[in-house]
Structure formats: structure tokens, C-alpha cells
Design a protein around this ligand. Structure first.
Ligand code: 5AD
Ligand code: SF4
Length: 446
């Protein structure tokens, strides 16, 4: 949004800029923050120089993510003079008022459970309060707003559950996002219907652990029912969800996918480690065998379901043998893709107390091996797609290469050239002609 030349001084002063770090939950939270602030009369601007309020929506999942935020804040120590600098999101919740000590130019610190109170907090600053915080992990409130400003005109994110009740030994999320709170099924359907009316055809349901979704209304839908119902909203052609915890991933979810063609053929089911011993130390609440049982359900489905995962290497006490078990699991499952990370020590987490930390050097070695192994698997998997016909939702256009890029139901991106005008948001059929480990190229089928 641009500022009208005729705007009053008051209006001009209410400009904000927002920068987002972290996961899709955070990116979607920013969409809600933007919508709420715009509704309150603030104008979004595209660079920090033009803004009176600078927001950093932050991530603290690994130390590196957190350091990035503090480096960025440092940059605004001088250039942020005369502006309000606000830290929101996971680092805000985790570090709280300590942020004011580390970065004295920050005036507002608020976690995700306090976003509904943001306009109020800004008013307090406008009244002259030097520092304002919103750090309660209010279990009653979810940030459910009709004002969301979505960045993508075709694929709409919808939060169905906030927070996390698990206590994985490495993870900050239960501390940064609080306990689980589900939205009513009716409000999710209402939002999906509204999005369909605006021309959205793909919905992505979000939560730290969507599988433990439970409708708090008397309808009492579980996640499989919610998924199926969203897939039945007229106008919606694709439904995805993220992220799943294997412990709560039940067979009815696969049954829902099989029974409803609008539910995408893709499940992200983070395993973290292939060793039951490490899984126990991580407090993941499942064994390798129980995880593989869930993979088997997906393999038995009538439609080919793409499977992706997250892997952590170098968790305290992970032996060479445990690590080999992770490599072996990669070969056994043959994921379509994975995100892999070096274990990072996080404040408040149970794993902080564990001895037998793995050196940084060794973690790097293991990460490289995991990534090489997975690359070879993807190379083989993608080669099998040669000649296949895929339906794509076209998501972007790259002027420099003259290529369109779209996504398949199995969450693969595929690029292709076409003389056809404006394909953005359209569904097209493409034949796969070339395959690399991370990319597919095709030709449009007329
Ligand atoms: N160190 C490394 N990776 C982590 N993840 C979560 N916490 C940590 C940590 N402390 C990874 C997990 C999770 C993904 C979102 O981030 O793999 O699934
Ligand atoms: Fe980062 Fe986790 Fe917070 Fe997402 S929920 S922003 S991944 S710490």
C-alpha cells in the first residue's frame, strides 16, 4: 500500500514495515498482523526507511535463526532512530524483556498469542509509553481475524490449531507458542468458503501439530473430518496440511485422502531420526517400527502419496550406529524430499541437560552425508517421473528464463515454457521431459 499525497500528518505517521523469519505459521501470522494493522488505519510500506513502525516477526527454532534476528536488529540501532522497533513472534516470546537489554532501541516485544492486542499496544506506545510487552500465553485466544492480508492470490493458509502439547526434547515451540488451541470446524469452513469466493483454489491447513486438531464445538470433528470437509468446499480444488506428528497421525487421515480427490497426494511426516533409541531420547513418543507402520498405510493407498520429512543429525548421544539407522531409513522410505538440520541447543528444552553433545564438526559431516544420500534418492525418484503427465497449479513466472513454475498434487515444482498469456493461478497439464535431483522440467500439453 502506498501513502496518498493528501494524507494527513497523522495518517502518514502510521506507517509500518514488516520482515518475517521462520515457518509458514509465522508467514501466515504476518499476514494476519498486516491485515489487522491496515484495518486499524496503519499503512504498510515496502522499506524500513519509509516506516514509523518496524516489525520483526521472528523465529527461534535453531540458534542460527535467532542470531539472524539479533543481527538484523543491530542494523537498526542507528537507522531505526525516531522509529518504533517491534520484535514479535518466537524470539519475542522466548527472550521476553531480555530483548530490551540486548537491543535497547526495541520498544515492543510480543509473542504470537498476544497479536490480537497489537493495536492496543501500539496505542500505548503512541501515548508515550517507552516499552510495551505482550507475553502471556493466553490459552483462550487464537488469532482468528477476518482482516488477513494474504500475499498469495491462489493458495490460502488457514490456521486450524495453535501451539503444541508435545514435549520433544530439542524443541522450543511449546514454550514459544504455548499449549494447543483448536478453532471450531465451522469457523475453518467459513474461512475456506470466503477464500473460495475470492478465487482461491488451494487451501493449506496450518498448525504445529494438525493431527491433534479437535473441534471445540459440539460437532467435535477430528482432523480427518476437518480435512475432508475443507476438501468439499465448492471451488476448492486442492487441500494440503502441515505439520504432522507421527504419534497422532491416524489411518482415517489416509482414508480421507483416498476418499476425496481434492485432498493432495502429499504428507509431510517428520521422523527426525531412524533410531528408536534416539527417538526415545528425543521424547518423540514413537519407535521406528511405529513410524514405518504409518509409511506402510500410505504405500497401500490407491493413489501414490508423496512423503516428505524432517531429519535432525547430531542429537546428544547419537552414535555412528544410530546415524547409520537414519541413513538406512532414508533408503527404506525413499522420501520425495527432506529438510535436514544439525541439532541446535535451545533454551528451556529437556535436551539441554543431556550429556554427550556431538561436536559441530561431526554434525556437519553427518548433515553432508544425509544430504548427499537424499540427493541420490531424489535423482532416482525424479527420473521415474520422466514421460509422466502431471497437473500443475501455476504459481510463478520468471521473466529472466521465460519459464512458468507450478506445483503438482505431490508437491513437486515443475517448470515449463509456454507462449500462452497469463497462466498464473491456472491449472495446466504438463509432461515431464527432464529430471534433476531438485527440479523437473516439462512441456505443456494442449
Ligand atoms: N535443532 C535442530 N533442528 C530442530 N528442529 C526443531 N528444533 C530443532 C533443534 N533444536 C527441526 C525439526 C522440526 C523442524 C521444524 O525443525 O526437524 O521438525
Ligand atoms: Fe520458528 Fe518454530 Fe516459531 Fe515457526 S513455530 S517461527 S519454526 S520457532
Amino acid at each position: 500500500m502506498w501513502i496518498d499525497a493528501a494524507a494527513t500528518i497523522d495518517e502518514v505517521e502510521k506507517t509500518f514495515y514488516i520482515e518475517t523469519f521462520g515457518c509458514q505459521m509465522n508467514a501466515h501470522d504476518s499476514e494476519k498482523v498486516v491485515g489487522t494493522l491496515v484495518h486499524e488505519g496503519y499503512a504498510q510500506v515496502e522499506s524500513p526507511d519509509q516506516a514509523n513502525y518496524i516489525f520483526f516477526n521472528t523465529c527461534s527454532i535453531r540458534d542460527k535463526a535467532e542470531q539472524k534476528v539479533f543481527n538484523r536488529l543491530q542494523h537498526f540501532k542507528n537507522s531505526g532512530k525516531g522509529k518504533v522497533v517491534a520484535v514479535i513472534g518466537c524470539v519475542a516470546q522466548q527472550e521476553g524483556e531480555k530483548i530490551f537489554e540486548r537491543a535497547p532501541h526495541v520498544s515492543l516485544v510480543a509473542g504470537s498469542a498476544s497479536y490480537t492486542k497489537l493495536p492496543e499496544m501500539l496505542v500505548q506506545l503512541e501515548k508515550g509509553n517507552r516499552r510495551v510487552t505482550g507475553l502471556s500465553l493466553d490459552t483462550e485466544l487464537t488469532f482468528d481475524t477476518p482482516f488477513t492480508r494474504r500475499d498469495n492470490p491462489h493458495r490460502g493458509w488457514i490456521t486450524v490449531i495453535e501451539g503444541c502439547d508435545k514435549s520433544c526434547a530439542y524443541c522450543v515451540v511449546p514454550f514459544t507458542r504455548g499449549p494447543e488451541r483448536s478453532r471450531t470446524g465451522a469457523s475453518v469452513i467459513e474461512e475456506a468458503t470466503r477464500l473460495a469466493g475470492l478465487g482461491y483454489t488451494e487451501i493449506q491447513l496450518l498448525g504445529q501439530n494438525v493431527n491433534s486438531y479437535r473441534d471445540p464445538s459440539p460437532a467435535g470433528w477430528d482432523f480427518a473430518t476437518l480435512l475432508d470437509q475443507v476438501g468439499r468446499v465448492p471451488g476448492i480444488r486442492r487441500v494440503r496440511f502441515t505439520t504432522s506428528h507421527p504419534r497422532d497421525f491416524v489411518k482415517p487421515i489416509i482414508d480421507a485422502i483416498e476418499g476425496n480427490a481434492n485432498l493432495c497426494n502429499h504428507v509431510h511426516l517428520p521422523v527426525q531420526s531412524g533410531s528408536s533409541r534416539v527417538l526415545e531420547a528425543m521424547q518423540r513418543l514413537y519407535t521406528r517400527e511405529q513410524y514405518m507402520e504409518r509409511i506402510q498405510w500410505m504405500r497401500e493407498a490407491k493413489r501414490p502419496i508423496a512423503m516428505t520429512s524432517d531429519i535432525i543429525v547430531g542429537f546428544p548421544g547419537e552414535t555412528e550406529r544410530d546415524f547409520e539407522e537414519t541413513l538406512d531409513l532414508l533408503e527404506e522410505v525413499k522420501y520425495d524430499s527432506i529438510f535436514s538440520f544439525k541439532y541446535s541447543r535451545r533454551p528451556n528444552t529437556a535436551a539441554l541437560e543431556l550429556g554427550d553433545q556431538i561436536t559441530e564438526e561431526e554434525k556437519t559431516r553427518r548433515l553432508t552425508i544425509v544430504q548427499e544420500r537424499q540427493r541420490a534418492i531424489q535423482m532416482r525418484q525424479n527420473a521415474e517421473l520422466l514421460g509422466e503427465e502431471e497437473e500443475l497449479l501455476v504459481e510463478s513466472w520468471y521473466e529472466s528464463t521465460g519459464q512458468w513454475v507450478g506445483r503438482t498434487t505431490r508437491n513437486r515444482t515443475l517448470s515449463f515454457t509456454s507462449g500462452m498469456p497469463d497462466l498464473l493461478g491456472k491449472y495446466v497439464r504438463v509432461r515431464v521431459m527432464r529430471a534433476g535431483p531438485n527440479s523437473l522440467t516439462g512441456e505443456i500439453i494442449h
